[in-house]
Design a protein around this ligand. Structure first.
Ligand code: AHR
Length: 328
């Protein structure tokens, strides 16, 4: 009798085990011996809004060729609906085993990330942080935008030292993006320490044209401005044009801080028109692909790998030499 019961218990547990969904597998079928040639990466880029983005895209395309992995590139054209459509397209694509996302906005990703996970895709977030549970993606590789903002405020404090008025205008990037939110928050965290006040703030969508238009409109209302905190180089370059047309000397009458440190900012710093550019590193593809390969082989990764970044100043005597060594 006892033997019969034991047999029934074993049988029942075998049946139960067979009915359980398979435990999610770590990595791809090729694990632990996957190579770059086994990866097919679907990359959801934000768009092509400026020099930083162009360098980021080039990094992904060139590094894919060098490593011999297949890259499927999707240009979201700075349109969130299009980016979601692209994400779904990669989830459905049986060839794609890795999805890389440069998110236009921080929120709204949970459902698609769950679907990607269920479909066995490896998801890596690059450049822009998102607000989603960490178990839904492998890792985030990108900048500490809040630190960039704090560094920007500290630099502005130095530039405005001793000045009576410390009115700063803020040109904001795309409002829902982590780059815009966190740079803005970081700047605010440090600005009050030296009495800076943000007297105007508006989005100029990372663009030179809009940076110029917004600054022009503000200058028609008042010229009581001592600093411009442009959340990227392009918007700062637009502001410079507007200031010059209004008869002001950028970099002298109005101190200018930009973010990215692309070639355009270096040119303007060498001309003394941008005072400081806080670096944001776009050359992220080597790290992203390496992380994808590790994840494919079942290796666990830290949830955030922050980029190493510097600060460049117009009054640095070594700036011409530094500028020569820059690749974007
Ligand atoms: O996410 C990085 C930001 O996006 C850059 O600072 C901006 O120029 C870009 O478009």
């Amino acid at each position: 009798m006892l033997r019969k019961i034991a047999f029934l218990i074993v049988l029942a547990s075998l049946v139960l085990a067979a009915c359980q969904p398979a435990a999610p597998k770590a990595g791809l079928d090729c694990a632990p011996n996957c190579e770059y040639k086994d990866l097919v990466v679907g990359f959801l880029q934000t768009g092509s809004e400026g020099g930083w983005r162009a360098a980021n895209t080039a990094s992904f395309k060139e590094t894919a060729d060098q490593l011999g992995l297949k890259l499927k590139f999707y240009d979201s054209k700075n349109d969130l609906a299009s980016q979601f459509a692209g994400f779904n397209q990669f989830i459905q694509d049986p060839e794609v085993n890795v999805i890389v996302l440069a998110a236009l906005e921080t929120t709204g990703w949970e459902d698609v990330l769950k679907e990607a996970k269920d479909a066995g895709k490896i998801v890596i977030i690059e450049d822009r942080r998102i607000d989603a549970p960490e178990d839904l993606y492998v890792t985030y590789i990108g900048s500490d935008f809040a630190l960039e903002g704090r560094n920007g405020a500290e630099e502005m404090c130095k530039l405005l030292e001793g000045m009576e008025g410390k009115n700063v205008w803020e040109l904001v990037g795309n409002v829902g993006s982590s780059a815009a939110k966190d740079r803005g928050q970081g700047f605010r965290e440090k600005m009050s320490a030296c009495g800076i006040e943000i007297t105007k703030s508006q989005t100029a969508n990372w663009s030179i044209t809009e940076g110029k238009q917004v600054t022009e409109a503000w200058l028609k209302e008042t010229q009581d401005v001592q600093g411009i905190f442009a959340q990227n180089d392009e918007m700062g370059l637009g502001a410079i044009e507007a200031l010059k047309e209004a008869g002001l000397t950028p970099g002298v009458d109005v101190k200018i801080i930009t973010f990215d440190a692309t070639a355009g900012a270096f040119k303007a710093m060498l001309a003394g028109e941008v005072n400081v550019s806080v670096e944001c590193n776009p050359l992220l593809a080597p790290q992203v692909y390496e992380a994808a390969l590790k994840a494919a082989n079942g290796v666990e990764l830290p949830k955030w790998v922050p980029s190493q970044e510097g600060i460049f100043r117009a009054d640095d005597p070594n700036l011409p030499t530094i500028a020569e060594g820059r690749t974007y």
